[in-house]
Ligand binder design. Structure first.
Ligand code: PXP
Length: 250
């Protein structure tokens, strides 16, 4: 299983102080430096979310990372004409289409691929024709997976937020939803990734979810990095990801 490291929070921290002074030599922390540190720690890909409101990652960050970092780049973005144009010029390895609303601090729910099938179709076609592998960030729900299959999306990223936030018996229910969604996607020939809210503790439960190819993880890694450094934080997560052996959920 692979580890994609989401470094948006590094840009969030920089923007908190330097949003109006990005060219200043004082503008820190460096998102490019973060991408390199993640690479040294064993990341298999770098994920950045360039939001419509550019609240954290900027176009220039994306272009610099694309140019300088050899790891595959996963661009998360909303399905808007502006972002499609940006993706076609950036040419990341992967695009993960996510829902975006202005108010949310981070991505809160999955993309409704059933509701938005008509708008998603031309975007997926345009990106695919440009050689970009498209993923849909969806809730772990069979109807969403089936919509992804109809749209010929080669990958889905199952939203693990509800799983991460569930407590008690609800945790098992959320794991079961992930198992069913992952199994369905796999049978439909779709690569299965997962992300949002995965941390150093709850990752263990993902051993029950079959067919996971890549986990995209941000918040917990950046949080740990405050204490141990980013390279070490990524390296510890990479070990956990690498040691996950899928088991049946009894
Ligand atoms: N995957 C997607 C699509 C996301 O939008 C995010 C960030 O919200 C993540 C993964 C990473 O989530 P987290 O920061 O909770 O690890």
């Amino acid at each position: 299983m692979l580890l994609g490291v989401n470094i948006d929070h590094v840009a969030t921290l920089r923007q908190a102080r330097y949003a109006q002074m990005l060219d200043s030599e004082n503008a820190e922390p460096s998102v490019l430096g973060a991408a390199f540190a993640a690479q040294r720690g064993g990341a298999d890909s770098i994920t950045i979310h360039v939001r419509g409101d550019r609240r954290h990652m900027q176009d220039a960050d994306a272009r610099l990372i694309r140019k300088e970092v050899k790891l595959p780049l996963n661009l998360e973005m909303g399905n808007t004409p502006e972002m499609v144009e940006f993706a076609l010029s950036l040419k990341p390895d992967f695009v993960c289409l996510v829902p975006e609303t202005r108010e949310e601090i981070t991505t809160e729910g999955g993309l409704d691929a059933v509701l938005h099938e008509a708008e998603l179709k031309p975007t997926i076609e345009a990106l695919s024709q440009a050689g970009i592998k498209v993923s849909l960030f969806i809730d772990p729900c069979v109807a969403q997976v089936e919509a992804a299959a109809r749209l010929k999306a080669p990958m889905v990223e199952l939203h693990t937020g509800a799983f991460a936030n569930a407590t008690g018996m609800d945790k098992q229910v959320e794991v079961e939803k992930l198992v069913v969604a992952a199994t369905t996607a796999h049978h439909l020939g779709i690569q299965v990734n997962a992300g949002h809210g995965i941390n150093y503790q709850n990752i263990e439960l993902l051993q029950y979810v079959p067919h996971l190819h890549e986990l995209n993880i941000g918040h917990t890694i950046i949080s740990k990095a405050i204490f141990v450094g980013l390279e070490e934080a990524v390296s510890e997560m990479k070990q956990l990801v690498g040691s996950l052996v899928t088991k049946p959920l009894l």
